[in-house]
Design a protein around this ligand. Structure first.
Ligand code: ATP
Ligand code: MG
Length: 440
């Protein structure tokens, strides 16, 4: 991508409305634009990051055996009347009428709709377990939308829904998502800690919020320090192994971890003082087993091996991609801007032409740009006629992991500078060596 032909509306000034660093940086880097309160456009640079986040989420959902579909944002109120949630949901739900005066709503979540899909075609235990997910916009008319896309009214969610014949089966489905979430957040460069969450009237211990530690987080959290160093389940995790996944779940729930709603002061004080961590956190995911809460009122049942009909046991599993992007920035930035983990960086590398119009600089940059594109890399080429200082500031701000800098002096020796955005380390090397770093 040539910057001269891209759409990257960088802000020079610090936007006053932004209270936290991720919101400031997303606005300054031209990633998002607020269209009305709590409703955002994702501009090209932001969209690239969001797509990469979603691709990782999708890969890990698929690895764990979940199956992607796509459900609409607009739903009929009827389904919600069946489950009894239409009246209970309150003002967070955006209610709309169509031209026939039929009540509709913009989905805040999809339990009812997915249960309807399930009951219309699944009739036998032989088709279970089943886990269906989509990545789709949601709307919740939050009282206090704030911090940019961290808490917005329209936001994206990956929501998965599992169906099992028995509670034991549902626990295995839960553990699959538990392990998939650990892997997902790790691949996004984040350390997320699963913390016990309220299960309401269903009881049991099968609800966890995945929390990232950050000073600007809205939740107050308490946990054992050791979680910070726990191993993440590997790529070869066998998601069909009931014992294997149970072991991962047991390990990751063996120490104290709770948000303020579930906090037990006495249990926390039993942790040796030096091992206690009390901090602030951002909730990036939430998984929940809720049994037959929706299958009973909505009549979602299957025939069991005993020939009888059974209401299915369900769980739901959410991740917020449009919250994850700012959460990653909260965890990874410096005074100059964003520092993207390579896995979600909008571009792998930026080529900076310090003197556009200078034949040697232009030729060198074009050569590198073409070679890296050919190698399948996402390359941004700053071919604009801005001052070098402006280009450096932009590259640092947008946080691309590697910068290849070509100026008249280095180019005259057949060399360029390669800068690591995170460490700031610069290395001078031949053009060929710079290319080979990426092509190898
Ligand atoms: P919160 O307590 O932050 O309001 P929630 O408990 O309402 O979250 P869930 O219903 O569990 O959230 O939704 C699943 C995920 O969707 C959350 O973990 C979060 O990542 C994301 N999410 C929820 N509400 C918002 C929002 N208003 N803006 C952005 N992301 C959100
Ligand atoms: Mg909420």
């Amino acid at each position: 991508m040539r910057l001269s032909r891209y759409f990257l509306p960088i802000l020079k000034e610090n936007p006053k409305e932004a209270e936290i660093v991720s919101h400031r940086l997303m606005l300054r880097a031209g990633m998002i634009r607020q269209q009305s309160q709590g409703i955002y456009s994702w501009l090209p640079l932001g969209k690239r990051v969001l797509d990469k986040v979603n691709a990782i989420i999708r890969e890990e959902q698929n690895r764990a055996g979940a199956i992607e579909l796509s459900m609409p944002t607009l739903q009929s109120a009827e389904l919600w009347q069946e489950s009894g949630r239409y009246d209970a949901y309150g003002k967070e739900m955006l209610r709309i009428k169509d031209r026939q005066d039929r009540p509709m709503l913009y989905g805040p979540t999809n339990e009812e709709m997915v249960t309807d899909i399930f009951r219309s075609s699944v009739k036998s235990y032989k088709d279970l377990p089943l886990n269906l997910y989509h990545i789709q916009l949601k709307f919740r008319d939050e009282i206090r939308p704030r911090f940019g896309t961290m808490r917005s009214r329209e936001f994206m969610m990956k929501d998965a829904y599992s169906f099992d014949l028995t509670r034991e089966g549902a626990e295995h489905s839960y553990n699959k998502m538990f392990a998939a979430y650990l892997r997902t957040f790790d691949r996004l460069g984040l350390r997320a800690i699963p913390m016990r969450a309220d299960t309401g009237p269903i009881g049991g211990n099968l609800s966890h919020e995945f929390i990232i530690l950050a000073d600007t987080g809205e939740s107050e959290v308490f946990c054992h320090k050791d979680f910070v160093g726990f191993d993440i389940p590997g790529e070869n995790t066998d998601f069909d192994s009931v014992e294997g996944l149970k072991a991962i779940f047991d390990k990751w729930t063996s120490l104290y971890a709770a948000t303020s709603e579930m906090h037990d002061e006495a249990a926390f004080n039993a942790v040796p003082e030096a091992e206690r961590l009390s901090a602030r956190g951002i909730e990036v995911g939430h998984i929940f087993y809720f049994g037959t809460k929706y299958s009973e009122p909505m009549g979602a049942k299957v025939q069991g091996p005993d020939g009888k009909e059974h209401f299915v046991h369900m769980g739901s599993y959410g991740i917020g991609p449009t919250r994850l992007v700012p959460a990653i920035i909260e965890a990874s930035h410096d005074d100059n801007g964003i520092i993207w983990p390579a896995s979600v960086a909008p571009f792998d590398v930026v080529v900076i032409n310090m003197k556009a119009g200078d034949e040697a600089c232009d030729d060198t940059c074009e050569l590198i740009y073409a070679a890296l594109k050919k190698a399948g890399k996402d390359v941004l080429y700053d071919d604009t006629d801005d001052r070098a200082g402006t280009k450096f500031a932009t590259a640092d701000l947008i946080g691309v992991p590697v910068q290849i800098i070509a100026g008249p002096r280095t180019v005259a020796n057949g060399e360029v500078e390669v800068k690591d955005r995170k460490t700031g380390a610069r290395e001078t090397m031949t053009i060929e060596a710079a290319i080979n770093r990426f092509v190898a």
